[in-house]
Design a protein around this ligand. Sequence first.
Ligand code: PMP
Length: 452
Amino acid sequence: QTHPDYTAHYSREATRAPEALDAFWMPFSANRQFKSAPRLMASASGMFYRTVDGREVLDGTGGLWCCNAGHARPRIVQAVQQQIATLDFAPTFQMGHPLPFTLAERLSAIAPGHLNHVFFTNSGSESVDTALKIALAYHRARGEGQRTRLIGREKGYHGVGFGGISVGGLPNNRKFFGSLLPGVDHLRHTLDLQRNAFSRGLPEHGAELADDLERLVLLHDASTIAAVIVEPVAGSAGVVLPPKGYLKRLREICDKHGILLIFDEVITGFGRVGKAFAAQRFDVMPDMITTAKGLTNGCVPMGAVFVSDAIHDAFMHGPGNMIELFHGYTYSGHPLACAAALATLDTYAEEGLFEQAITLEERWADAIHGLRDLPNVIDIRNIGLIGAIELAPRPGAPGTRAYDVFTRCFHEENLLIRVTGDVIALSPPLILTEAHIDRIFRTLAHVIAETA
Ligand code: PMP
């Protein structure tokens, strides 16, 4: 695979003055901090980024948990190029084009059995808000319009829409933005370093934390609760795994009280934990699944909400030609996104990439748990090709220790990792090899040791 020649671009970008980095207000970033040592990518291929100053950087994070098949895969590139020249855009309100219909069929074939209907969005945040709205409208369509409460979980991340930050449980994403949605409550989170530190795969202890939903049912009455939304594996909070049996118990309690269960699989979807969805890996079936990221391998923005037959059918029996759901985006089912997604699904299937996350899981687990005796390491968590290393915070300066590891890895070791707080999070493209695994953890071992 060849790259365009970016040489001229590199030298121009590499000398970009700090003032030239002001106009773009960066998402979830401190512009000031970024400007002191810019990290700018110029191109990408397979497992690697190339920076504007010409370095090859190993991608330990699949972009932002999204490039599950690696970068610039020719089949996906060609599909998008062909599509833009053929049909660049067509509305999907009251008309359409064939691609989203084909894609939705392909997607429902890999989703859990009863999730046969797909609503397209442009991002994970939009998928979450869409799922919450469908839940509310579903109960209303069935004559249970009093079910308006939504339940999230502490430490949950569900994007940045008002719905998502309301059910989300990360204080910084909520506290600057007013009173949020009314009628939202939160389950306790499941991170327990006392009982579960250094678990391999799912932690043993904590299934009973699902019973916290019974507390909220007692408090609010089941007849007022529409839905519970959780990430099967929480990513942005620093990789929090569900204790064994926890999700099953949550499902049982939801069933008992007629509450919908939504899995937010924006990061776990599309092979990250060894199956198409974490629902299948953990054998717990939600009523809806929210996705984005790996759906198009990250290359064109797209999200999708998978909806059960039962929910979908409740909307489809209205009179005449009534619109079933007053909701949608100009770009729902966008041709470029559909083309990218179809080529991405082909790539996943042909290369067996979901299975690859299972094949490499033991090797990945051995390698990451090999870091447990390093200084300041207080927990290590893993499942599929997800990994997290939690460091003890520096007294008075939380987050700085992991951030130092991140910047050293990037600037000195040509390795891209991700940090949230003092947790180092890893989610490499599923095409990685054992040699890449060795390099990631050899590098981390020595950088963590030196950062101490
Ligand atoms: N839900 C989860 C679980 C996520 O991890 C993310 C993004 N990291 C989102 C929702 C939001 O997705 P987006 O940034 O595409 O809006």
